[in-house]
Design a binder for this molecule. Structure first.
Ligand code: IMP
Ligand code: MG
Length: 183
């Protein structure tokens, strides 16, 4: 049984491997339909979305190109200024291209709002966002997420790319971190 093998820091499994695969399949099916006959650029947000993005693109039977960005937000201002600190810029030119931004989780929405603005500043023909997880109760800024995997409660989750202090990204499931670890 899987609970026998959970790391001590993980309280419980929130989304098991097969549930994650189901969500990825549903998102891929919608994207495939909406982008049929087109050649989107998929942009994964490092590091959290790397694993989700890797699974997602392998389910997309589209002639896509793939790139990654790594950003962190400046400060804590809730004013979405598009100002982000880039650790890794885009390698591809997205001007005039149809972009699918892939994120792991939308929490307050600040990171995503700024990332969207920063990408829009590079004049793509269109921009949609695909996020695996959403914590609606924590939202502080309005962001559009056209392709959303699943709403989750306000708990800190790790695994399937998501970290706590850079750990647990390699867990194949999404698990709830024990409060005693961070609280
Ligand atoms: P936001 O800017 O508040 O929406 O934060 C989004 C970022 O915070 C995500 O890209 C994650 O890196 C991180 N984050 C938010 N909630 C969690 C969580 O439950 N587990 C791990 N990382 C999280
Ligand atoms: Mg992140």
């Amino acid at each position: 049984m899987i609970t026998d093998t959970l790391p001590a820091e993980i309280e419980r499994v929130l989304l098991a491997e097969d549930e994650l695969a189901g969500l990825v399949g549903e998102l891929a099916a919608r994207l495939e339909q909406d982008f049929a006959g087109r050649e989107p650029v998929v942009v994964g947000a490092l590091t959290g979305a790397a694993i989700f993005c890797a699974d997602l693109v392998r389910r997309l039977r589209l002639p896509l190109t793939l790139d990654f960005v790594s950003v962190s937000s400046y400060g804590l201002s809730s004013v979405s200024s598009g100002e982000v600190k880039w650790s890794k810029q885009l390698s591809l030119d997205i001007r005039g291209r149809e972009v699918i931004l892939v994120e792991d989780i939308v929490d307050t929405g600040e990171t995503l709002a700024r990332l969207q603005e920063a990408l829009r500043a590079q004049s793509p023909a269109s921009l949609v966002t695909c996020a695996l997880l959403n914590k609606p109760s924590r939202r502080r800024v309005r962001v559009d997420v056209e392709y959303l995997g699943i709403d989750i409660p306000d708990e800190f989750v790790v695994g399937y790319g998501l970290d706590y202090a850079q750990r647990f990204r390699n867990l194949p499931y999404v698990g709830v971190l024990r409060r005693s670890v961070y609280g």
